[in-house]
Design a protein around this ligand. Structure first.
Ligand SMILES: [Zn+2]
Ligand SMILES: [Zn+2]
Length: 357
């Protein structure tokens, strides 16, 4: 009892969302198990996602002021509720961006992003306390955690639950087939992970578009894109169409999130092709349906259904999915406010932080 009391009185450091434009590193109470399906994780490595920047901009209505940020991290299990069956203290784990019960109608279909549980969907670091902290409570731990094999480092596993899940889900959403011509608009972390996952399907060609020349160079260097275009290219749409034999891409992934890239996505898709919108927009977008009539495009949108982390971890372990090169910057939790500044302003050619806790 005495020890338990000591444990709950202990404080920890956490990055807290304090309303539009405000983040602060604060001392907070240690999280406790609230339900028998919960686990407590000691976070070992965390990162900042562009969704965190969306929260800071005030563009995520569901985000709660006072919440501990962070939904992309790995750690070690320190405590489990009585109903957690798959994990025990000491296990190294990657944490899923989404919380899901595994039992509701949507979960049974694999659409875990729409889990109907009150803590379901993207909750961590948005509606409930997340992992830019020393410790975090994970609801439905059996669904929300993935064991990290001994041969996989924290840095290799860091993107399993969010970015790699997004790329993996996007490739499934795009119904990719071997020999498809794929266009990925946006060569930031989400675009890169989409290319990584698309490569698993042996596409004929991956074309990447971005404003940032360094990012384009990187995706070429990494063997992810076969052809790259600067978003500033004159007559970009025409040039992309030329690259696709004049037909357009079989599948277009829009991972940039501006009106220009939204337009480019439906303009460069092949008739009857699939346009996957994986970017998170901050404004409404308009589709010119009269002009598009007859092109018969299939539009798919959404937030990741992150329920393939086991498969992703296997591919990482086997060396077939490697996103570690996205880590361009390293720091510690005590420096996270500065890290937000650099990431939010895309300074210093940053792709991703690895933040040691
Ligand atoms: Zn994210
Ligand atoms: Zn559910």
């Amino acid at each position: 009892m005495g020890q338990e009391k000591k444990q709950t009185e202990r404080k920890m450091w956490a990055a807290v969302y304090r309303g539009k434009g405000k983040i602060s590193l604060e001392e907070r109470k240690m999280p406790k198990l609230l339900k028998p399906t919960d686990a407590i994780i000691n976070v070992t490595l965390t990162t900042i996602c562009s969704s965190d920047i969306h929260i800071l901009k005030g563009a995520v209505p569901k985000a709660r002021e006072g919440v501990i940020l962070g939904h992309e991290f790995v750690g070690k299990v320190i405590e489990t509720g009585s109903q957690v069956k798959k994990f025990k203290p000491g296990d190294r784990v990657a944490v899923n961006v989404e919380t899901f019960c595994g039992e509701c109608e949507f979960c049974k279909e694999g659409h875990v992003n729409n889990c109907t549980d009150s803590e379901g969907g993207w909750a961590l670091g948005c509606r409930i306390d997340g992992g830019q902290a020393e410790f975090v409570r994970i609801p439905y731990a059996d669904q929300g955690l993935t064991k990290i094999p001994d041969t996989v480092t924290d840095e290799q596993a860091l993107f399993t639950g969010d970015l790699l899940s997004t790329g993996y889900w996007a490739a499934q959403l795009g119904e990719l087939k071997p020999a498809d011509t794929v266009l990925v608009i946006g060569a930031g972390p989400a675009g890169i992970c989409t290319m990584l996952a698309a490569r698993l399907y042996s596409p004929y060609k991956i074309i990447a578009v971005d404003l940032d020349e360094e990012r384009l160079e990187l995706v070429k260097e990494q063997g992810l894109a076969d052809v790259t275009f600067s978003a500033r290219t004159q007559e970009l749409e025409k040039k992309i169409l030329e690259e696709t034999g004049g037909y357009g891409a079989d599948v277009v992934f829009e991972a940039a999130g501006s009106s220009d890239t939204f337009r480019l996505a439906y303009e460069t898709a092949r008739p009857n092709g699939i346009v996957c919108i994986i970017a998170m927009y901050e404004e409404d977008q308009v589709l010119p349906l009269p002009q598009m009539y007859g092109k018969n495009l299939i539009f798919k949108t959404g937030g990741v259904d992150a329920c393939c982390c086991g498969e992703i971890m296997k591919l990482i372990e086997a060396g077939k999915l490697n996103a570690e090169f996205m880590i361009t910057h390293r720091t510690t939790l005590s420096q996270i406010e500065g890290a937000y500044e650099i990431f939010g302003k895309k300074q210093d050619n940053i792709l991703k932080w690895a933040i040691k806790v």
